[in-house]
Design a protein. Structure first.
Ligand SMILES: Cc1ncc(COP(=O)(O)O)c(C=O)c1O
Length: 273
């Protein structure tokens, strides 16, 4: 297995990042997860745009996107697999032990793992912790993800694959690694970016391709929505059949099933929409 580090491919067994890397010591970094089908990345341009946005939000130097593209291609070529998750990580690099950043420049790692297609439907739970829609990191895809680790563990304890957060004012926000959509009176709605959710790439494509509306929604909309679905890079569009104690009848319901179909068709027809 080969990964990209320090400007070239390296064996995963011998590749080394400093133990003082600011990504490790304080979570000072950003990342992207990109789906790769038969060695070809999906929506890479959108992922690279978001990577630049996240880097700027953290005050990291703009990533060299030509290098990131070369790195992705090299890692994909070196590790052929039918369905992969490309993981691009870009951190503050070697730094002091506190929150000040060092001066040696950022670390870029591109790695690849195999994955399998997700089931068409899944269970989710809501969690009592909030997303902060006004934080310094809001909307950035940073490596400070431990809140998501805790919330996802809670979901697993309840036999679910995702945990959904409200924001600090009780509005529906997002999952640990996904965006959420609900169907109300036959129409699709998803929380606006102002709710504090990540600008998911699958979310944006689903909004464009299905005409879903961006609407402020209270968390308890999950108790009455006709249908609920998640979007993310590795879930695509995935129906929700259970929220907490509530079984959602017929998941995927008709609106979700149509959204799944449209997503499959459009994403199959254009690898970099
Ligand atoms: C917190 C969070 N929200 C939403 C998403 C979904 O975004 P995308 O569709 O770009 O994968 C992710 C990414 O996986 C995420 O980490």
């Amino acid at each position: 297995m080969k990964i990209w580090l320090d400007g070239g491919l390296q064996d995963i067994e011998s590749a080394r990042v400093s133990v003082f890397d600011h990504g490790l010591t304080v979570g000072d970094g950003i990342f992207e997860t990109v789906k790769a089908v038969d060695g070809r990345p999906f929506a890479l341009t959108r992922h690279l745009d978001r990577m630049t946005t996240s880097a700027r939000g953290l005050g990291l130097p703009d990533p060299d996107l030509d290098e990131v593209r070369r790195a992705c291609a090299a890692v994909l070529d070196a590790n052929p697999m039918p369905l992969g998750r490309l993981r691009i990580t870009y951190t503050g690099g070697h730094g002091p032990l506190g929150s000040d950043r060092g001066e040696q420049g950022p670390t870029l790692v591109v790695a690849l793992g195999g994955t399998t297609r997700r089931p068409d439907s899944t269970a989710v739970v809501t969690v009592p912790w909030t997303r902060n829609e006004r934080g310094a990191l809001t909307g950035l895809k940073t490596t400070s993800y431990a809140e998501n680790v805790v919330a996802l563990a809670r979901a697993r304890e309840h036999g679910a694959s995702e945990a959904l957060f409200a924001n600090t004012v009780g509005q529906l926000c997002e999952g640990t690694g996904s965006n959420v959509f609900v169907v109300l009176d036959g129409e699709i709605h998803t929380p606006p970016l102002a709710s504090g959710c990540l600008a998911g790439i699958t979310r944006a494509l689903a909004v464009e391709w299905t005409g879903a509306k961006e609407t402020d929604l209270p968390l308890d909309v999950l108790e009455r929505a006709e249908e609920i679905f998640l979007t993310s890079t590795l879930r695509d569009v995935q129906a929700v059949h259970r929220v907490d104690e509530r079984e959602v009848t017929a998941a995927p319901g008709p609106v979700t099933a149509k959204a799944m179909r449209i997503f499959d068709e459009r994403s199959g027809a254009d690898l970099d929409p």
